[in-house]
Design a protein around this ligand. Structure first.
Ligand code: FE2
Ligand code: FE2
Length: 184
């Protein structure tokens, strides 16, 4: 009796996403090391925490595959890319990684829809929401750095930005939570 509730194609796609989340975790860890080496301890701390979030995402995919009677697989991940050239480059790349990951999430939603696999479709909605938050978080990094002066920012404004990111929350609010009293 086949007790795997996932199609072979779906299981493979979910395993691929596990690998992608694991890769993202390593990328942010390596960017964190780069920032740390440059002396930006706060930014490094932010990236380390973000790295853990990506690992958590990987675990969620692993758990889901197993809970559906499937076989989860931990695959090899490619080496992280080259170090960023600057803080602007670093934050732009963080944003781009999130956008690329959103594309993969959408592909999984699309596959679930085509297969009428509503359990996976429902599971994936958490990630659709999560990517709105992650892209917003990355956009905020870009905005904060721009306000600080971008690549021409003074040491003083970078010091302030670094401190702010050390204490920055990992969670951002969703647009659905906004009200007239609290639009931000
Ligand atoms: Fe993720
Ligand atoms: Fe992410």
């Amino acid at each position: 009796m086949n007790t795997n509730r996932l199609s072979t194609e779906m299981q493979n796609a979910l395993i691929k996403q596990m690998t992608k989340e694991n890769h993202a975790s390593q990328i942010f860890l390596s960017y964190g090391c780069w920032a740390d080496t440059k002396g930006y301890g706060g930014i490094a701390n932010f990236l380390y925490r973000h790295s853990q979030e990506e690992r958590n995402h990987m675990i969620k995919f692993m758990r889901y595959i197993l809970d559906r009677g499937g076989e989860a697989k931990v695959e090899a991940i490619p080496a992280p890319p080259e170090n960023p050239q600057s803080l602007t480059d670093c934050f732009n790349k963080v944003f781009q990684h999130e956008v690329d990951n959103t594309t993969s999430i959408y592909d999984l939603v699309d596959l679930a829809f085509r297969e009428k696999d509503w359990a996976t479709w429902n599971f994936m909605q958490w990630f659709v929401k999560e990517q709105i938050e992650e892209e917003k978080l990355a956009l905020e990094l870009i905005d904060k750095l721009k306000i600080a002066g971008g690549d021409r920012a003074t040491d003083e404004s970078l010091f302030t930005l670094d401190k702010a990111l050390e204490a920055a929350a990992d969670e951002v609010s969703l647009p659905q939570e906004a009200t007239a009293d609290n639009p931000s």
